[in-house]
Design a protein around this ligand. Structure first.
Ligand SMILES: [Zn+2]
Length: 184
């Protein structure tokens, strides 16, 4: 099996909504309906902007979901997620995935606004992930000038950075600082 295939199959095991959620929170610029349309279409939802779109409501939804990524206490995160699940106006429904498996997912077809659809999908995906991992397997990148959120799929060490780019630039700058300190 090639490495790209194994990455792909690992991604298939991850709750589907998580990838959309991470891309949505990291989306730039947040206030552009065009950027949201492109993002939703790339995740297979071409009708995203058929729903009511308000930049303010989206910013609020993104802010509430981002706050969960900052949480590393499972009890607090569960309270935050439950609060969002309670505000969602959507119901859950069994959906058949392209590979034939069945999964319980929020039915966002009737979500009145794009912000509601995002909240319902995001809260549900994080709830499933917390239940599966039993802890807060996520975070906000610790690299300087990066605020991207990420899902931690590792088994041993906790992930601190959103990407290998951020982890290596942090390593390089720490090395440089140590060298400068040693020379001084
Ligand atoms: Zn980063």
């Amino acid at each position: 099996m090639s490495s790209s295939e194994s990455i792909h199959s690992a991604e298939n095991l991850r709750p589907r909504g998580l990838r959309f959620l991470v891309d949505a929170i990291n989306l730039e610029p947040q206030e552009s309906p065009g950027a949201w349309q492109k993002l939703a279409a790339s995740h297979g939802d071409t009708l995203f902007l058929a729903r009511k779109f308000s930049s303010d409501k989206m910013a609020h939804a993104v802010g509430s979901l981002r706050a969960i990524f900052a949480s590393h206490d499972d009890k607090i995160a569960a309270l935050q997620i439950n609060e969002l699940l309670n505000t969602a106006t959507t119901h859950s429904k069994l959906h058949q995935l392209p590979d034939g498996r069945w999964a319980l997912r929020p039915d966002i077809a009737d979500a009145a606004s794009a912000a509601e659809a995002l909240t319902a999908l995001g809260a549900f995906a994080l709830a499933e992930w917390l239940a599966e991992r039993g802890r807060c397997s996520w975070g906000i990148c610790e690299a300087t000038n990066c605020e991207r959120v990420f899902i931690d799929e590792g088994r041993r060490q906790a992930q601190k950075f959103c990407s290998t780019t951020c982890s290596s630039r942090t390593r390089v700058s720490a090395l440089r600082q140590r060298r400068t300190a040693a020379e001084a």
